[in-house]
Design a protein around this ligand. Structure first.
Ligand code: SF4
Ligand code: SF4
Length: 181
């Protein structure tokens, strides 16, 4: 039915930059639970959360990876908050060509936070002893088919950048790794 609404739980992680001390436990645990097999390695370069650090300015900004962006944006913003000046890309979640974050180091495929699907709770939240990361959940109504549409948009973007066959091969490898867990 066209107008049918579905309930969807939306998870958000609230970030308190004032509480973050730059320990990077969130990066370590995120990369470890996404290793294949799980916990077999940890490499923050594979994490879906990165902490933008400028210790001399007392700046630590945890950022979750979001969607893949095929091109760099033309204009960028600088923020000054409480006298601290944040880098142009500091708050951006995109996996984009202008930086190395949020790309799988070997394949170059974009990394996106999946809220630790299959785990009881997001592990970065659990391991952040400073309580800089707090999970919030709410219910929202979505149109039937919307999620499928979002998935197809994401797959199309990947196929354009890396070629359909590479995407299919990666999915095959990931599903083999899951089966071996
Ligand atoms: S675990 Fe928490 S305090 Fe440590 S870097 Fe990550 S967000 Fe910051
Ligand atoms: S919620 Fe899970 S997948 Fe997302 S950044 Fe945190 S540990 Fe990584």
């Amino acid at each position: 039915m066209k107008d049918e609404k579905l309930k969807k739980v939306v998870k958000t992680i609230k970030i308190d930059v004032d509480k973050c001390n730059g320990c990077r436990a969130c990066e370590v645990i995120c990369s470890a639970i996404h290793a294949a097999p799980k916990y077999s390695s940890n490499n923050p370069a594979r994490a879906r959360i990165r902490v933008i650090r400028a210790p001399l300015s007392d700046i630590y900004v945890p950022v979750y990876s979001g969607d893949y962006a095929p091109a760099e944006c033309a204009g960028r913003d600088k923020y000054t908050i409480d006298g601290k000046e944040y880098d142009e890309c500091a708050f951006c979640r995109a996996s984009c060509p202008s930086r190395d974050e949020f790309k799988e180091p070997d394949s170059g495929l974009p990394l996106k936070c999946d809220m630790c699907e299959g785990e009881e709770e997001p592990q970065c939240v659990k391991w952040c002893l400073a309580e800089a990361l707090v999970l919030e959940e709410r219910e929202e109504e979505v149109e039937e088919g919307q999620e499928q549409e979002e998935l197809e948009i994401g797959l199309e973007a990947l196929a354009r950048k890396f070629g359909l066959q590479n995407v299919i091969d990666s999915i095959d490898r990931m599903s083999m790794a899951k089966k071996e867990e």
